[in-house]
Design a protein. Structure first.
Length: 135
């Protein structure tokens, strides 16, 4: 009986692996403010920009802006620019942006010194993208 020899070829990382690395690096190694500035420069890979990242940026804008309306305006402008830069301009929704900005503003009003991690820990429904649907 001959033993089967498995040939193990090392593969060079392809675009998908590189994108996954960039996603992990952006999401894990950046502060919320750094993530916000990177998104403003359209440096975040579209595949790596998830709901929780929207929440992180929303809180930065709420903390940096003189009013909730000003924060909503900044978030809207940034998301429109990002969506257009990644070829997904049709994905932007003003009503959805406003809904989530006001959800974050309400949570922030209850916990004014909390960071995003503390807010979602205290209010885990913020992580539910379907909250807007009333489910």
């Amino acid at each position: 009986m001959r033993a089967a020899i498995a040939h193990h070829h090392e593969k060079q990382p392809g675009p998908a692996q590189i994108d996954r690395y960039r996603i992990v690096r952006y999401r894990n190694n950046m502060t919320d403010v750094e993530l916000t500035r990177a998104l403003e420069r359209c440096e975040i890979p579209n595949e790596g920009f998830h709901h929780v990242d929207h929440l992180r940026i929303a809180l930065v804008y709420l903390n940096e802006s003189p009013s909730v309306d000003a924060a909503v305006g900044r978030m809207a402008a940034t998301l429109r620019r990002f969506a257009a830069a990644v070829g997904k301009a049709e994905k932007y929704s003003q009503p959805v942006t406003e809904f989530w900005m006001y959800q974050m503003a309400a949570a922030r009003a209850l916990m004014p010194s909390a960071d995003c991690q503390d807010l979602v820990r205290a209010y885990p429904r913020l992580l539910d993208k379907n909250l807007i649907d009333g489910r």
